[in-house]
Design a protein around this ligand. Structure first.
Ligand code: SF4
Length: 964
């Protein structure tokens, strides 16, 4: 029995007391878990979806032929969506007559998305059929950035790149090779490729995205992401708009709603009345950057009211270490721990939090009590939002996790687990050893605690003469447009001494590809192989993205050797590209690279894509038995169903996993803190006389007190803290028209770059006006549609005003998705979404962009391109932002101090100005805020901190000669 909505009569009867109110506020336990439907219920749900036995020949009426009843036969092949990080299941419907993909629907066999998708999933069909897509490899003609291109073969592209990489490796210039990724969308593949080349060459977008929050979580428990168990929660707290556009968007959204249907209460902290806030029981419109003050006030209430989980705090936080370090005069007792915390946070009264944030003290108190009462069933999320926007934004995640610790909800059912507990990690063939290189262009010594590569600083580090990129790949990555300070990127791309060979691996034209030497078309969701696994709920799954036309050809007895043979034009996929490139870098095997890319079954031969994935799939727990039952190999099973559920949702409290007897052999126990070590490595901790694995922190517990922060020169942040943001009210001069701009919010229908070629999505969302409260608009005399000049630290952009009650007074906001552009000389690309602009660099470093024309209808094979009715392509705001790297986490802090004014008579909508000399000065100002390595023992980074593509441990120590 699931939840039954009350009928109209029941509602009335309950309200007037004729029958008991069974639907009243409060949590209602289901007698059947929503996530574990009965077999009958599942069968009923799937009834509406074609059953797998009919996937090779599915017949349905053609909706376009309506009202005639015309039958169409399809072959249905599963894959996964590539339009955000959730990798929801899709099924491609291939017309058996034309052999073309006609539409995408959900895949009910995908445990994360369970057959459902957001608008961006089915819109994959637009991306496939976009008349502007890149179908063949291209090489630039003329100077870089001039917009002239010629078609080349894949062989020419591979030979050009491999020769250059080989030369760099032979000359020991490993750090001049980099692969810079925007949307990875895959598990494990590049961890295999780049260490095999021996380079520390991976750069990512994470420091403009999530590393702030990751840092805050990591300090606590050695895991860097949360996995909230929304469906089982009693109270859900979201910092920002996770219901409509957050991380793992659709899978999380459906589970948040399930939680709510069962009676969970939802609170959202966000200065915007987002769709998420509007669905919430509590909206806390906080002033940006003050979230940690609110969270600490809640923590204080939970402590003072005695609503904390004593058992959890006593066993699973390092309170003894805290008391000894910070309160040496006190006896080490649990009572003193609680008293010391209350003392430590005494200033964080709800009234103080209200003063800082604008959120009413009574609401803060009410929510704190509800969180305390929810206990272990408190789920929360803070991903990009506040963590990605403020100086000290990482402290927001740290304070949020403080509530999770106080309630004992860490890893609990209905609580918030570490992401890694719900994520599958593939085991690849011929695993290479970690590289023995450390690339200081990605991890400079000024940022020893930076959680990911300082990718937003790359152009400034190049400008400062700290190195060069001889071979640079941008992969589904568009820093000229998505990053702050895009003109500095442009300047560096135009300088061939800074960026040598720039290869853009991309499914679509973008503002960065215009400045590449080679543009290589890579497949969309249904045109490539990848494996995906994400922490969408309290279970673990693996999904398979596959090129559906290739798979159809295989099933129909016409197999191809390479994916580009089946895809449109010569669109390829990265997996095969990297294998091929690796062989060409080391054609005779003498460099020790080729061996990693040889077949595990036929030594000396090149590994095939089937062999690579079969190797991984046959090692997934449970999959071999299930595949065997179907009479399939593991690879065939995944091509047929597209996903496999590894574990249904018992992955709670994994920190309590007992150490096995063989693990305990030869171990030592630290008498002071109970940490168990073996061969110099910590492997567990003693809790109540039991040896368990604990968390991967120095204390193996949640670290309320961080000795790491003390050791790395930040003692003032030894415990969870509120850090005033760079856009705190104190630093704004309201008399000069200074406001805080929230430039980060996502629209649920768009992706950063790749929705520019999806007509349905652009039709829905195509402008990014400045959200402004009526009181602020009245102050300025603005009405909706008026032009507004937004002055940033390095320039300005001119946008339009949208007057709305949905914005907190004193704060303005602008969506970061829109404002795509191309110059007249550029190849036609994304014409559904791009303005045509003029760009000038009149004086050295003084860049001006103006809009020549908006979006227009155009002729193409797609009749809809003549029907475009929208004209306004919005404004590119990010390019006017300076880099603001948090000195600790390294996260770019997106919120901007802006000076609002009315534009002059000569100024127009879409005008942009930036002075890159100023932006380089600001880079230096923020660099001066750091406290550089070395840390203890000459380390450049704490050994216990994770690092993406972690190099050999020897590289963590700064070379002594270098210091002298
Ligand atoms: S949430 Fe939407 S865009 Fe993201 S993977 Fe799922 S269907 Fe695709």
């Amino acid at each position: 029995m699931g939840y039954k909505k009350p009928s109209f009569i029941e509602n009335i009867a309950e309200k007037i007391g004729i029958i008991p109110n069974l639907h009243k506020e409060g949590y209602q336990e289901f007698d059947q878990d929503m996530r574990h439907f009965t077999d009958e219920e599942v069968a009923q749900m799937y009834e509406n979806f074609p059953p797998p036995e009919k996937w090779d020949n599915w017949v349905e009426y053609d909706p376009k032929a309506w009202p005639k009843k015309v039958k169409k036969s399809y072959q249905i092949i599963p894959t996964t969506c590539f339009n955000c990080e959730s990798a929801c299941g899709l099924t491609a419907f291939i017309d058996k007559e034309s052999g073309e993909v006609k539409k995408f629907e959900g895949n009910p066999y995908h445990p994360g998305s369970r057959g459902r998708n957001c608008a961006k999933g089915p819109a994959t069909i637009n991306q496939l059929t976009d008349p502007d897509r890149i179908l063949f490899p291209l090489k630039r003609k003329g100077k870089r950035g001039e917009g002239e291109w010629e078609r080349i073969s894949w062989d020419e592209a591979l030979d050009t790149i491999s020769a250059r990489i080989r030369k760099a490796l032979k000359e020991d210039r490993h750090n001049e090779i980099a692969y810079h990724v925007g949307r990875p969308g895959a598990e494990g593949f590049m961890n295999w490729v780049l260490p095999a080349w021996g380079i520390d060459g991976r750069n990512s977008h994470t420091n403009i995205c999530s590393s702030g929050a990751r840092f805050g979580y990591n300090l606590w428990y050695g895991y860097d992401r949360p996995s909230p168990d929304h469906a089982e929660a009693k109270f859900i707290l979201l910092i920002s708009a996770h219901l409509e556009s957050g991380h793992y968007f659709n899978p999380h959204a459906q589970r948040i709603i399930e939680g709510k249907m069962k009676g969970a209460k939802l609170a959202t902290m966000d200065p915007r009345l987002s769709n998420t806030a509007s669905m919430s029981d509590y909206w806390m419109p906080s002033y940006p950057g003050t979230e940690a003050a609110v969270l600490l006030a809640m923590a204080l209430i939970i402590l003072e009211e005695g609503l904390y989980n004593r058992d959890y705090l006593e066993n699973w936080t390092n309170w003894q270490e805290y008391l000894k370090a910070k309160h040496a005069d006190k006896e080490v007792t649990f009572e003193n721990y609680i008293a010391a915390m209350i003392e430590e946070y005494k200033e964080f009264t709800p009234e103080f939090a209200e003063k800082e944030s604008g959120v009413k003290a009574e609401m803060i108190r009410e929510i704190a009590i509800k969180i305390g009462e929810a206990g272990e069933r408190f789920a929360s999320h803070n991903w990009r939002s506040a963590g990605a926007s403020n100086l000290g934004g990482w402290a927001v995640a740290r304070c949020l996790h403080f509530l999770t610790v106080l309630t004992g909800a860490v890893g609990a059912k209905g609580g918030t687990s570490p992401n890694s507990w719900n994520k599958f990690k593939p085991q690849v063939p011929h695993t290479p050893k970690p590289q023995k290189k450390w690339n200081e262009l990605h991890f400079p010594n000024e940022y020893p605690l930076a959680f990911f590569e300082m990718s937003h600083l790359l152009p400034h580090l190049l400008k400062a003469g700290r190195g060069k990129m001889d071979v640079y790949f941008s992969r589904v990555f568009n820093p000229v447009w998505t990053y702050p300070d895009g003109f500095t990127w442009m300047e560096m791309f135009l300088d061939e001494d800074k960026f040598g060979l720039h290869t853009a691996l991309t499914p679509t034209w973008n503002e960065t590809a215009f400045f590449a030497d080679l543009v290589l078309p890579m497949g969309l969701a249904s045109e490539r192989h990848d494996i995906n696994s994400y922490a969408t709920h309290g279970g673990t799954w693996v999904a398979f993205r596959q090129p559906v036309l290739r798979e159809a050809a295989r099933r129909n007895g016409k197999p191809v050797t390479y994916t580009y043979e089946a895809n449109p034009g010569e669109v390829w996929e990265e997996d095969e590209f990297w294998i091929e490139l690796s062989w060409r870098i080391d054609p005779d095997g003498s460099m020790g690279i080729r061996k990693y890319f040889e077949s595990p079954n036929k030594p000396g031969e090149k590994i095939t894509i089937e062999e690579y994935y079969q190797y991984i799939f046959e090692r997934i727990e449970g999959l071999p038995a299930v595949a065997k039952k179907e009479g399939l190999t593991e690879f065939e099973y995944m091509t047929k169903f597209g996903a496999f559920e590894i574990e249904k949702g018992e992955s709670y409290k994994k920190n309590e996993t007992p150490l096995k007897p063989e693990q305990l052999e030869g171990t030592e126990v630290n008498k002071e803190n109970g940490v168990i070590s073996k061969n110099g490595k910590d492997i567990g901790v003693m809790i109540n006389g039991k040896a368990v694995v604990g968390f991967p922190t120095p204390s193996r517990k949640n670290e309320f007190y961080s000795q790491t922060m003390v050791d790395w020169k930040w003692p003032e942040y030894a415990t969870p803290t509120y850090i005033k943001s760079h856009i705190h009210n104190d630093v704004l001069d309201k008399s000069k028209g200074e406001y805080v701009l929230v430039p980060t919010f996502r629209l649920p229908t768009l992706i950063h770059t790749r929705s520019g070629n999806a007509k349905w999505l652009v039709e829905i969302s195509n402008r990014n006006p400045i959200w402004m409260h009526p009181d602020d608009a009245a102050k300025w005399g603005f009405k909706t549609g008026d032009l507004v000049k937004m002055n940033t630290d390095i320039g300005y952009f001119i946008d339009k005003v949208w007057v709305t009650q949905s914005m907190k007074p004193g704060v303005v906001a602008c969506s970061h998705h829109i404002g795509r552009w191309r110059r007249e000389k550029d190849k036609t690309g994304n014409r559904w979404a791009t303005n045509t602009v003029n760009i000038e660099n009149k004086e050295n470093g003084k860049w001006k962009m103006s809009t020549k024309s908006g979006i227009k209808p155009f002729d193409s094979d797609d009749k809809d391109s003549k029907r475009i009715f929208w004209k306004d392509g919005g404004v590119h705001q990010n390019i006017t932002h300076a880099v603001h790297p948090d000195p600790i986490s390294g996260m770019h802090t997106w919120h901007q101090r802006v000076r609002i004014e009315k534009p002059g008579p000569e100024e127009n909508y879409g005008d942009i100005f930036v002075d890159t000399n100023k932006s380089h000065e600001i880079f230096k100002e923020w660099l001066a805020m750091t406290r550089p390595a070395p840390g203890p023992d000459g380390l450049r980074r704490p050994l216990w901190f994770k690092r993406a593509f972690r190099p050999d441990e020897s590289t963590f120590y700064i070379n002594k000669e270098k210091d002298e």
